[in-house]
Design a protein around this ligand. Structure first.
Ligand SMILES: Cc1ncc(C[n+]2csc(CCOP(=O)(O)OP(=O)(O)O)c2C)c(N)n1
Ligand SMILES: [Mg+2]
Length: 699
């Protein structure tokens, strides 16, 4: 048995003399660092601490490789007891801290100065950041406060994740949303201090409704204070955010952080994408952990079963007039190439959802029949869809805006494909429900068709192709008639943008009525336009921060944010972020002097129940001056002939550029493509105003 006896200096086995860089880790305070000197003076060993508050020392006792001493630290005059074990160039132990009535045993670790020994532990916040990086997180967008610094310092210290601050939590979360939507996975996270977390909550819900990968981390104070209503108490944030999120965990033990981060990224980025929330308590950030981090490889998305692929092809074969319904899920699954191939092989026409499905196929593709609701697009889609005897719906959620409130005539046969089982049959019973990723499924159909050499007899009916082409021609003529008028029509802005911007431009449209205004255009580019904002949640004030996130995700592409003046009141502060970072985003604001340009929808309260102008006028505002004041150059366009040159200057500018386009309430024309069909006696429904589901599916 090994002999342990009280020893004096020089008699211990491991050498302990010299300088050690130490770190003390109390649970509820940041780590405290300093230098420990162990010095022999004759037979006695003295432990001297150099810490930020000064120097203190005490006589040390050595027992084998165990070391104990007492000395004050910090401003507290009472000596504190240290115990440590020397292991080569490491010294590990703890100190019993006592400040008045408060006492705590805090871990102590030290590394011999100049040695390259490493403490096998790291702080929870370091483990968290390591895991985020190993899970593919490239950016953290955030807003600081309280002890969010307990995580921020580790993000900065890691060096492998870029950090980016917004002018508020709402915008920080939208930026992350835009970034992830472009990357089609949680490739960024958002960080807020607890009092700001609910400011970001709209984006959590938007991500749930629009299937967007999002990881929101919120920092709160130590869990030790849970019972006391402390300053900026955060105990109710978990239940508040729970119904809005797809995944949520509150983390109080630092050892859970690697798994929590991994699970959050995985939940956000797989299946039906959605929001994951990490409610992080401060103590966990300082806690030491040896729990390992593994790189996260996202699993392959699900493919359809063989039988479903076969059955789909049989149903197509048996149909006379099949139609593909394609929505934003095609974009989210990166399946536009597979869709194009399938359409070109089979000749089946495509009808898209209103906003999210735009550009899954180029507008000028002869089989792109437009959308069913006419949200700013030519309205042939409704007719083509209603004449179909088979719908093959891929990445299409049958939303209200895509289906005229489910009032269309539905064919007897419907194939519905979705990555999430519970989406199939949610509103009506499809003939065939297929659980599969859109890209996988369309790829399987293409491979099957190729293998069998089958070229479906469904070259689209010649009459359909002619009809689609004629509708596009008349639509294009209508659009052309809007260019060059005064006051300037929102549709003209969309047309001129389409003429001027390079292929691959990313458009982010806000939720004001410029949305259809912007969409009154044709895309002449084979790759279509990316439109990274979903349209189920449809919140004002999201376009600029989403555009910023999109620009960071796709730095080589031109990014345009387009919205109305009311929407701009929410997010205009982010112009200063553009200026600060010299990020090339073109911001276009349509100034029509208020909310609801056309005063549309004012009758929802009942006929005559409210003056059209109630709460809808905005005070005159010089938006161009606001932009200049925040450091973004730009110009105000008042006459139609100024529009194209202004857009060209914006595209050519090296940095951010702002354009305020003066329009008027009278310029709105949502009826252009029949949204909603205004003729009385039809069973078409339009959206907000309907009080009953009568006349809707299932019928
Ligand atoms: C956060 C939020 N609040 C309210 C609405 C309801 N809403 C939809 S469009 C709109 C008016 C938008 O005005 P503006 O941005 O100026 O566009 P305009 O309709 O005038 O072109 C409002 C209030 C919304 N979509 N989101
Ligand atoms: Mg407006």
């Amino acid at each position: 048995m090994e002999e342990h006896s009280m020893t004096t200096a020089g008699e211990t086995t491991p050498p302990i003399d010299g300088e050690w860089e130490y770190t003390l880790r109390p649970r509820t305070q940041p780590p405290q660092k300093g230098v420990l000197s162990l010095v022999h003076e004759g037979a006695a060993l003295t432990a001297r601490l150099r810490h930020p508050d000064g120097v203190s020392s005490g006589a040390a006792t050595v027992n084998g490789s165990n070391l104990t001493w007492s000395c004050p630290i910090g401003n507290n005059p009472a000596p504190m007891r240290f115990e440590a074990v020397v292991e080569g160039d490491l010294l590990l132990g703890h100190v019993d801290l006592a400040f008045g009535a408060f006492s705590e045993r805090a871990p102590l670790e030290a590394v011999r100065t100049g040695s390259d020994a490493r403490v096998p532990f790291r702080e929870g916040s370091v483990a968290l950041v390591e895991t985020l990086a190993a899970s593919g997180i490239e950016y953290v967008f955030g807003y600081t406060g309280g002890v969010s610094t307990s995580l921020e310092r580790s993000i900065v210290g890691h060096g492998g994740i870029k950090d980016f601050n917004a002018r508020g939590e709402l915008s920080a979360a939208w930026m992350s949303y835009g970034y992830n939507r472009m990357k089609r996975r949680a490739a960024s996270a958002a960080l807020t201090w607890c009092v700001g977390a609910l400011h970001a909550s709209p984006v959590v819900y938007a991500s749930k409704l629009d299937s967007t990968p999002l990881v929101l981390m919120l920092m709160e104070s130590a869990a030790a204070w849970d019972m006391r209503d402390i300053l900026q108490d955060a105990t109710e944030l978990y239940p508040a955010l729970k119904p809005l999120s797809k995944y949520i965990k509150r983390v109080v033990d630092g050892e859970d952080l690697p798994l929590a981060a991994r699970q959050a990224v995985l939940a956000a980025s797989t299946g039906k994408f959605g929001p994951a929330v990490l409610d992080l308590t401060q103590g966990a950030m300082y806690q030491r952990t040896t729990v390992r981090t593994e790189p996260l490889a996202l699993p392959e998305p699900p493919a359809a079963g063989e039988a479903s692929v076969r059955r789909t092809l049989e149903m197509i074969e048996a149909a006379e007039r099949p139609v593909i319904l394609a929505g934003a899920g095609i974009h989210l699954a990166d399946a536009t190439g597979e869709l194009r191939r399938f359409v070109d092989t089979t000749g089946i026409p495509v009808v898209t959802s209103g906003a999210g499905g735009r550009t899954v196929l180029p507008d000028d593709h002869p089989l792109n029949a437009g959308d069913m609701s006419g949200w700013g697009y030519f309205g042939t889609g409704t007719k083509v869809a209603e004449e179909a005897d088979l719908w093959i719906a891929v990445g299409f959620s049958f939303s209200q805006t895509a289906t005229l409130s489910w009032s269309l005539a539905k064919p007897a046969s419907v194939v519905h494909v979705d990555v999430e089982q519970s989406q199939l049959g949610r509103i009506f019973q499809p003939t065939l429900g297929v659980v599969a990723d859109a890209k996988m499924y369309l790829g399987q159909l293409n491979s099957s068709l190729q293998a069998s050499g089958a070229r479906s007899r469904h070259r689209a009916h010649a009459s359909q192709v002619v009809e689609i082409a004629a509708a596009k021609d008349s639509y294009a003529a209508t659009l052309a008639s809007f260019v060059g008028t005064d006051p300037i029509m929102p549709a003209a802005v969309g047309q001129i943008l389409t003429e001027e911007v390079p292929a691959g431009t990313v458009f982010v449209n806000d939720e004001g009525f410029p949305v259809p205004g912007m969409m009154y255009r044709e895309s002449k580019y084979p790759d279509g336009f990316a439109a990274p904002l979903g349209f189920h949640y449809a919140a004002l004030g999201s376009s600029l921060p989403v555009a910023i996130g999109a620009k960071l995700a796709a730095p080589d592409r031109l990014v345009v944010s387009l919205g109305g003046d009311a929407g701009f009141y929410y997010d205009c502060g982010e112009l200063s972020v553009l200026a600060e970072r010299q990020l090339k985003v073109v911001t276009i604001v349509l100034n029509n002097g208020g909310l609801y340009g056309g005063r549309r929808g004012r009758e929802h309260g009942g006929p005559g129940s409210i003056p059209a102008k109630h709460w809808t006028d905005l005070p005159e505002t010089d938006y161009t001056a606001v932009a200049a004041g925040m450091g973004v150059p730009g110009e105000r366009v008042e006459k139609s002939e100024q529009l194209a040159p202004a857009i060209r200057r914006a595209i050519e500018a090296d940095g951010p550029y702002f354009i305020e386009v003066l329009t008027a309430a009278s310029t709105m024309h949502l009826h252009l493509a029949g949204w909603p069909d205004p003729s009385p006696g039809t069973r078409r429904k339009g959206g907000h105003g309907d009080l009953t589901v009568d006349g809707s599916w299932p019928n």
